[in-house]
Design a protein around this ligand. Sequence first.
Ligand code: SAH
Length: 213
Amino acid sequence: MKDTYRHQGMRNKLAETLQKKGISDRRVINAVKKIPRHLFMDSSFEDHAYQDKAFPIAASQTISQPYTVAFQTELLEIKRGAKILEIGTGSGYQTAMLLELGAAVYTIERQKELFKKTNLFLPKLGYKPKRMIFGDGYKGLAAEAPFDGIIVTAGAPFVPKPLMAQLKVGGKLVIPVGDEVQIMTLFTRKSPKEFEKYEFGEFRFVPLLEDKN
Ligand code: SAH
């Protein structure tokens, strides 16, 4: 696992690209400059790592586009120490971003192969989520609820009720909703019964799949 000045240079360029596309949160930009994205992908694809593109990883899944990761993270408005649940660990790149922002991260992945791989890989880079769980994100994580923020990194055909229920009052759920194309959607919990909903345009994710069992 190598990280060089050449990679650093490419990261700085990627960070500039994201700023031009409208990402303004300094902490998110600094995290993009810091996280060695090429190490989250197969080494033969190294040269693609710092383009602003999604890319295939194991088990027919993708590492999300850097712009998408930055955009979703910005919407969460994470404070240091915030308790964040991520659905869809995948490569762990988004997980690393949340950890760089000082969040206490709980992350769920339903593909065994990816779960195992990322579970071993993240700590090697010094990234330590509170918990990495092999399971079904549709259910959230009731045992650790409530959360300050929940981020879904796969396309959800509908908004799973448990995720709404597991938000603190004042908490935010960021979720791409739709089948072929998803609308990035933010829910803010105003009170135990009230949520405000905001929509932010179209994105494309691999699907949030129902439990195999
Ligand atoms: N944040 C990841 C995105 C990976 S793609 C990254 O940037 O690398 C979406 C991930 O969600 C895939 O790894 C997929 O296996 C996972 N996923 C799909 N349905 C899920 C579910 N019901 N529960 C948990 N994870 C799920």
